[in-house]
Design a protein around this ligand. Structure first.
Ligand SMILES: Cc1ncc(COP(=O)(O)O)c(C=O)c1O
Length: 367
């Protein structure tokens, strides 16, 4: 049985607009006169240039590289992943949507943890998939997706797709590669494991060789929104077998990633030390905040992300603290899913450590 939606499991459709950059690469030379793609290349852009500079205006005028060659080349060099196993799109969210479109049909069963990153369920519902949710392992010091339960449910439902955020949102829990590969092994053959690694860069072993590995039957998603600070530009990538990426490409909006986002991603990839330093600062802040809250009696499971989760005694207490913090001008996240109503998630920005910032939380830890 194929892993892909039946209407895609045949020749085509093929992207009608691979674009000028792809043609130039194929011809091995530049094409200086662009009279074929109806862009506004002679728009003067005085206002844009005044605000953002000439390079921005230049990038804005032309369609970007639909194949994101420059970003993929840099990723390939950094991760050791073959070019044909890398697909760039408009953020991990966009890649979640592509994975659903490529693998599922209306009524297809899909599985996720109850309360995990909700965009997956939102997109799955929008596509008419049948969602089945599995409880977290939720106990003092622990908030982790239950891999065994995910695998069992996938068999019971004959699932097309299992979604796992790793490290997890909102728990921050990291399952190591062996555990993830054992989950893959335990899933039905025709089921795809959609492994959302949006927080990958904050893992202790983020630069280990397996970071760029292509795992059969797994679509790994990454983003430039977190460690690289490009959330507003919308860019991320998938690592997967070429066959899977061919399927995602069939349902992809070919110019979904702007020329500006591509250029920005290339720039941050050319300066890995800046990202590394930033990740180091975030991790230090995360550990300080976690230690401080634990010292005050808080239940803060270990996190491999840029946030911590705080498990409170019950949902009412979490709702009250959430409201009190908001009244004081501080927004933390409380998952909307009732299964995780007792959890608050806090981004570990330096601001989280400012004196008084989390007073309502601290006061609520013990009563
Ligand atoms: C698990 C997870 N996946 C994906 C995203 C979104 O990533 P992007 O901005 O690349 O769409 C987030 C953002 O919070 C996330 O937590």
């Amino acid at each position: 049985m194929s892993r892909y939606a039946r209407h895609l499991d045949r020749q085509g459709p093929t992207n009608p607009f691979p674009g000028l950059k792809a043609l130039e690469r194929r011809l091995g030379r530049r094409i200086p006169h662009r009279l074929g793609s109806n862009e506004g290349l002679d728009m003067p852009h005085r206002a844009l240039t005044a605000r953002f500079g000439a390079e921005f205006a230049e990038l804005a005028r032309a369609y970007g590289d639909a194949e994101a060659f420059g970003v993929r080349q840099r990723l390939s060099d950094a991760l050791g992943t073959p070019l044909e196993s890398l697909l760039v799109d408009a953020g991990a969210d966009s890649l979640i949507a592509l994975a659903l479109r490529a693998t599922c049909e209306p009524d297809s069963p899909v599985i996720a943890s109850a309360g995990t990153y909700p965009t997956f369920g939102y997109f799955a519902a929008g596509q008419g998939c049948r969602m089945s949710e599995v409880a977290y392992r939720d106990a003092p010091g622990l908030l982790a997706p239950d891999l065994q339960a995910l695998a069992e449910r996938a068999h019971r439902e004959n699932a097309r797709l299992v979604y796992l955020a790793n490290p997890d949102n909102p728990g921050g829990h990291l399952h190591d590669d062996d555990a993830v590969l054992a989950l893959r092994e335990a899933l039905p053959e025709a089921c795809t494991l959609l492994l959302d690694e949006a927080y990958h860069d904050f893992r202790r072993d983020a630069e280990a060789p397996a970071a760029g590995a292509v795992w059969p039957g797994v679509i790994r998603l990454r983003t430039f929104s977190k460690a690289h600070g490009l959330a507003g530009l919308r860019i991320g990538y998938a690592i997967a077998e070429p066959e899977a990426l061919t399927m995602l490409t069939k349902v992809r909006i070919h110019y979904a990633v702007s020329s500006l986002a591509l250029a920005a991603a290339e720039t941050v990839l050319d300066h890995p030390d800046e990202t590394r330093d930033h990740v180091g600062a975030v991790v230090a802040c995360r550990e300080r905040l976690a230690e401080r809250l634990r010292g005050l009696g808080g239940d803060v499971p270990p996190s491999d992300t840029n946030f911590i989760a705080v498990r409170l005694a019950d949902a009412d207490r979490a709702a009250r603290i959430h409201r009190q913090l908001l009244d004081a001008g501080t927004l933390v996240h409380r998952p909307a899913h009732p299964a995780l109503g007792h959890v608050l998630r806090i981004s570990t920005l330096a601001d989280a450590l400012a004196p008084g910032r989390l007073d309502a939380l601290i006061a609520g830890l013990d009563g």
